[in-house]
Write a protein that binds this ligand. Structure first.
Ligand code: M6R
Length: 609
């Protein structure tokens, strides 16, 4: 998740405006920044790694000529956060510059093809194939206009993008396009703007034009012209007036980052499922060869590890040990050796306990693998191989979208490993891969259809003194995560454990009206879970069940229920089933008057042990 911005001004210099607009997009990423402007037929570029202010202090981003330009603030996905990987990226001659937010899935094939045609690549990014492909298209057919060449190029590109292009060939315009990554235009009397998000231009204008997937836009002194990428046909769309305050706009109209991030999950899971094959292959090869695998993390990331231990076991027949990072050194430090493999999972990549565990294991010659949302973080620097979770910056202290992204990577890894080890039939793998690909839509359906109902449930139980969260099998991890969310932002004490454990002690707490949340996917645990629900109900508990649509057995037992779409395999169930629990925590916090984005005593990144 990066931020792009472009402007064509009638009067004034573009660079200072691009600079200030990028500052308002910095919440989308801050690994590097870059601006390209065009003046008197020449392109000027300034870019470097670091936050916008840091880079500006060194290169003076405002001091660039020209009234047309594009800019980018980066959240690294392909390629470390270095100057060389900073946008804009250019073609061989530096005549075409591109800024891009998204992931080009087929960039390896395209890059190989272009390298065979003598194109020189300087970065490790997926984006760099775009200017080279435009260059090659124009070389093959010099009669094409820039727009035609970009349209041709986009037909060859697979993946997600919001991009903006300038070129010395037609220096009076910016061409931008969208597929899946957000793109919006701003319009005022002095010019036209394109951006990843409305806050970028909101202090300048509140007239916006939303761009849809599969559309290309030409920005010039004449205004904007939208075309469909598939057949170049024109699209007519009038600007709308945005009523948001600048503060609301950063949250895209949502009252809190947490709810914005919950709603972003269809997109972030979709992006995460675009994982490059070779990273999955590499990581699964290491896991396959490992003698013992520890899954090490804290908080929500630990819950992803717990779920992953079920995935690895069920699909790849690989036993793994999920361990709290804060306990790893005490519990396993001495026994870790060259034969051990650590898969560390951390949103921030900076959590002190996780880094401490990894450092200890590294000193004992263990293999370090990791999964993080922040490429360039300490964790990526100490890992032999790492994978980025592609969730974009998460600002709410409560982890939401990064959890479902972690699970999406871990599920892909487990499937890859299953394939490698030949443990599961190809039919089953195909079916699970299909189901995984459907999860972004499933999550979208849950948010769209269940949010109102969950709001009501939250109001009903907001004064409860304590909650139980119960699940069996992989749903134990979902229950743990639901409990953590509720506790950390709504300050309600909550207890979670595998449902089977309830009879071994915790059930003695149950009395009339005690809320018990059951996670009930229709997997092999379903029947036993019904038994556990009955036991709780018999003692007066109020049952709040997260069920599959049409699960009449549990519906008839539950006091309240939330439904997720049918047909989700148990092994993938934590991804959709956690979403109602995130919403429950969020709306309970609101009902209790708590600020879910800033829970007391907590920090987004815990860098002390
Ligand atoms: O950045 P990390 O994933 O390493 O952070 C781990 C925990 O601190 C984090 O998940 C924490 O528990 C969140 N507040 C949960 O919402």
């Amino acid at each position: 998740m990066c931020g792009i911005f472009g402007c064509v001004l009638k009067e004034g210099n573009a660079a200072p405006l691009i600079h200030s607009s990028l500052k308002r997009l910095e919440y989308r990423g801050y690994d590097s920044v870059g601006i390209a402007t065009i003046s008197e037929g020449k392109i000027f570029v300034k870019k470097d790694m670091g936050k916008i202010d840091e880079v500006d202090r060194i290169v003076d981003l405002d001091d660039m000529p020209g009234s047309i330009g594009i800019g980018h603030t980066r959240w690294a996905t392909h390629g470390a956060p270095l100057k060389v990987n900073s946008h804009p990226h250019g073609d061989c001659k530096g005549e075409i510059m591109v800024v891009h937010n998204g992931i080009i899935e087929n960039f390896l094939e395209l890059r190989a093809e272009l390298q065979n045609l003598e194109h020189t690549f300087v970065s490790k990014t997926d984006t760099e194939v775009i200017p080279h492909l435009i260059e090659q298209t124009l070389k093959n057919n010099p009669k094409l206009s820039l727009v035609e060449a970009i349209l041709e190029t986009l037909k060859r590109v697979e993946g997600s993008y919001a991009l903006a292009v300038i070129s010395t060939r037609e220096p009076d315009k910016i061409i931008c396009a969208r597929n899946e990554s957000p793109l919006v235009l701003g319009i005022d009397s002095n010019g036209v703007y394109c951006a990843s998000d409305i806050p970028a231009f909101l202090p300048i204008t509140n007239k916006a034009v939303m761009i849809n997937n599969g559309e290309l836009v030409i920005l010039s002194a004449k205004g904007y012209e939208i075309k469909k990428i598939c057949d170049s046909s024109p699209v007519v769309r009038e600007p709308i007036t945005i009523e948001w305050s600048p503060e609301m706009a950063v949250k895209q109209g949502y009252p809190h980052f947490m709810i914005k991030e919950i709603h972003e999950q269809p997109e972030t899971i979709r992006n995460t499922l675009r994982m490059q094959d070779h990273y999955l292959d590499l990581l699964s090869t290491f896991l396959d060869r490992a003698n013992e695998v520890f899954l090490v993390a804290c908080g929500t990331s630990y819950h992803a590890c717990l779920a992953a231990s079920y995935m690895f076991s069920k699909l790849a027949f690989l036993p793994t040990y999920p361990v709290y990072a804060s306990e790893f050194v005490e519990q396993h430090g001495k026994s870790v050796s060259i034969d051990s493999t650590i898969l560390a999972v951390s949103q921030s990549g900076e959590t002190a306990d996780t880094i401490g565990s990894v450092t200890c294991a590294q000193q004992r010659a263990a293999t370090i693998l990791s999964l993080t949302n922040v490429i360039g973080s300490s964790l990526t620097r100490v890992s032999r191989v790492y994978i980025g979770t592609q969730a974009g910056p998460e600002i709410g202290v409560a982890a939401t979208k990064t959890f479902t992204s972690q699970l999406s990577v871990l599920a892909q890894l487990a499937l890859r490993l299953a394939k490698k080890r030949g443990k599961v039939s190809q039919d089953e793998i195909d079916c699970l891969e299909e189901q995984l690909a459907r999860l972004p839509n499933t999550v979208e359906t849950i948010v769209n259809t269940q949010e109102q109902k969950i709001k009501e449930i939250a109001k009903k139980y907001k004064d409860a003194k304590v909650f139980f969260f119960l699940g069996r099998g992989i749903s134990t991890a979902t229950a743990f995560e639901g409990r953590l969310k509720l506790m950390e932002i709504a300050y309600i004490p909550a207890i979670a454990f595998p449902a089977g454990e309830s009879k071994h002690g915790p059930i003695s707490l149950i009395e009339d009206g005690f809320p018990v949340v059951f996670i009930c996917p229709r997997d092999e645990t379903h029947r036993t879970v019904i038994g556990n629900i009955m036991e709780m109900k018999a003692r007066g508990a109020h049952i709040i069940a997260v069920i599959e649509e049409g699960d009449e057995d549990i519906k008839s037992l539950a006091d309240d229920y939330v439904e997720v779409p049918k047909g989700i395999p148990g092994v993938l169930s934590p991804i959709p089933f956690v979403v109602p629990l995130q919403l429950l925590a969020y709306y309970t916090a609101l009902a209790k008057g708590c600020n879910p984005d800033m829970p007391r005593n907590l920090a987004k990144c815990v860098t002390v042990k």
